[in-house]
Design a protein. Structure first.
Length: 176
């Protein structure tokens, strides 16, 4: 059983990170149209905060649910699309919004899938990046906060569906 250990990122740190990404996205896609694809469930709070901070871009939203096999705290390398996009991808600028990149397997799989459908561009944005744990090569174009190893919850991220509503990001630890 895992329990909350300590706050890793405060509300203010998260807010600044989201603001930074939003500024870059607003600059990059200024005057254009952007399809923002949220990876459920973990990215739902991050995405809702992010899109309200992006200005001067016409935004369309869509969502996918991806399942990577493994235990509740590690992924095994196999990914399945549980819920696909609702709308078309062809010719669109796409920004994939993910909560956290760990091994990179989930995002590599999904980006490759999107690229086969003829979009104009695909970029990736992640609130958290466990860069040292990367197992496959994947460019994360916009990163909010870098972190070391450790399992985190809060601000949309869960452990067995718990803790998503915490306003901060917490590290979990084994209960004695
Ligand atoms: P990857 O395919 O990059 O190894 O794993 C990405 C997915 O694993 C994330 O979308 C998330 O669902 C899950 N994940 C990886 N690390 C963490 C973590 O520290 N906390 C939570 N809640 N999920 C994580």
């Amino acid at each position: 059983m895992l329990k909350k250990k300590e706050i890793l990122f405060s509300k203010e740190e998260i807010d600044n990170a989201v603001e930074n990404i939003a500024r870059k996205v607003s600059e990059e896609y200024s005057g254009g149209e952007l399809l923002i694809v949220g990876v459920l469930k973990g990215a739902f709070i991050f995405m809702s905060d992010l899109i309200r901070k992006v200005h001067g871009v016409d935004i369309i939203v869509d969502f996918v649910i991806l399942r990577s096999y493994g235990s509740s705290t590690t992924s095994s390398g196999e990914v399945e699309v549980v819920k696909d996009l609702h709308g078309p991808v062809e010719g669109r600028d796409i920004l994939v919004v993910e909560d956290i990149v760990d091994t990179g397997v989930t995002l590599k799989f999904f980006k490759d899938q999107l690229l086969r459908r003829g979009p104009k561009s695909v970029k990736i944005c992640a609130l958290l990046d466990k860069r040292a744990r990367r197992e496959v090569e994947i460019d994360v174009d916009y990163v909010g906060l870098l972190m070391d190893d450790g399992f985190v919850v809060g601000y949309g991220l869960d452990c067995d569906e718990n803790y998503r509503n915490l306003p901060e990001i917490w590290v979990l630890e084994e209960e004695e």
